[in-house]
Design a protein around this ligand. Structure first.
Ligand SMILES: NC(=O)C1=CN([C@@H]2O[C@H](COP(=O)(O)OP(=O)(O)OC[C@H]3O[C@@H](n4cnc5c(N)ncnc54)[C@H](OP(=O)(O)O)[C@@H]3O)[C@@H](O)[C@H]2O)C=CC1
Ligand SMILES: CC(=O)N[C@@H](CCC(=O)OP(=O)(O)O)C(=O)O
Length: 344
């Protein structure tokens, strides 16, 4: 049994980790932290877990967490970096769902996150948690910076095109939409029902913190710097990310896009390439670890349109983190992650 700890158990990604791990046959959750709910039984706060988890929240404590084999940080950026050096020194593997270890260029991270990094040496050692790109490195890693939610969908969608050098890398466009749970559980005016429902709004147009993360991944795939326009939107739904990705073919001769996507993801257990002409819906992945993708070439013109959907809390966060854990601990990669999406 893998002994797991979760820091940040009262947030949306924390409770999603609990939902999935409580049914994982190879994992026992040993510690779950919250500073605000210290001592409260987890099932009192989340009745959906009654009968599945007999644990109470406790404040984050290095002695307790270091008895675990793996610790997940489901915390805002700037938190994981404080405890990670000590946990690694004690032989614990760390999987950060936040952004502390995702961006290799530390000054660039500090600029976008407006925070001083306290362990830049560990950023170099950390492995980016996107199994479809980095599986071999994840297997050997002690520390993972899990891919963000928008970055997961955008990178998976562009991956086959960039690896094969099929599109102009100077003008990639990622038009992305997220459900409100992407903003976390903390109260804010923008996520109130009256503000977020029955309305759609772009945000972060001049620059969003996921821009450098997505650009870093796409640059590695393409083998050269890429130009990217990334515009996120807030949608009146709870879960889900929908990305519409635009790029222009370098050579207008038909490269066989459908076959290319099917072949690239043929052995990926959580990427489903949809039949030609289809448009994946966010509800087709709600509660599941799948990314569903379709590729289009409207009017047989030179623009390629890729549609990719994920559940931001699963493939975009907790599910991906558990997929990564399965790889690190040499468990079957799909173990505990077989949930079918909720319809409707
Ligand atoms: N929501 C999403 O769709 C996605 C989120 N992520 C990332 O995952 C992380 C968590 O997100 P989310 O679950 O939405 O966040 P929430 O705001 O919903 O929850 C944050 C959690 O962190 C705890 N926490 C906050 N500050 C600290 C601290 N200083 N020390 C210890 N614990 C702390 C909180 O509990 P308490 O204050 O009681 O200790 C709470 O349990 C973030 O980095 C986010 O960017 C990644 C992908 C998708
Ligand atoms: C709707 C919404 O507010 N989404 C968040 C992104 C989700 C998230 O938490 O980001 P990570 O994937 O980096 O952890 C945002 O735009 O900042």
């Amino acid at each position: 049994m893998i002994k797991a700890g979760i820091v940040g158990g009262t947030g949306y990604t924390g409770v999603e980790l609990l939902r999935i791990l409580s049914a994982h046959p190879g994992v026992k959750v040993e510690a779950i932290t919250s500073r605000s709910e210290d001592g409260i039984p987890v099932a009192d706060m989340f009745p959906s877990l009654r009968g599945h988890l007999d644990l109470a929240f406790s404040v984050p404590d290095i002695e307790t967490l270091s008895k675990c084999d793996v610790v997940f940080f489901a915390t805002p950026h700037g938190v994981a970096m404080n405890m990670t050096p000590e946990l690694l020194a004690r032989g614990v593997k760390v999987i950060d769902l936040g952004a502390d270890f995702r961006i290799k260029d530390v000054p660039l991270w500090e600029q976008w996150y407006n925070h001083t990094h306290t362990c830049p040496d560990l950023v170099e050692k950390a492995v980016y948690g996107l199994p479809e790109v980095n599986r071999a490195a994840i297997r050997e890693a002690q520390l993972i910076g899990c891919a963000g939610c928008y970055p997961t969908a955008a990178q998976l969608g562009f991956l086959p095109l960039l690896e094969k050098q099929l599109v102009d890398t100077r003008r990639l466009i990622a038009d992305c939409k997220s459900g409100v749970s992407g903003a976390g559980r903390g109260a804010s005016v923008g996520t109130l029902l009256c503000e977020a429902s029955e309305s759609v709004k772009a945000y972060g147009v001049p620059g969003h913190r996921h821009l450098p993360e997505i650009r870093q991944g796409l640059t590695a795939m393409a083998g050269r710097p890429v130009g990217l326009t990334f515009v996120p939107h807030l949608m009146p739904m709870i879960r889900g990310i929908h990305t519409t990705l635009y790029s222009v073919l370098r050579d207008p001769v038909d490269p066989g896009l459908q076959e290319l996507f099917e072949e690239r993801f043929a052995n990926e257990p959580f990427v489903d390439v949809m039949p030609a002409g289809s448009c994946p819906e966010t509800r087709s992945v709600k509660g599941s670890n799948f990314c569903r993708i379709s590729v289009h070439r409207p009017q047989e013109d030179d623009t390629v349109v890729v549609l990719a959907v994920i559940d931001n809390l699963v493939k975009g966060a907790a599910g991906q983190a558990i997929q990564v854990m399965n790889i690190m601990f040499e468990r079957p990669e799909t173990e505990g992650l077989q949930q079918v999406a909720l319809m409707p």
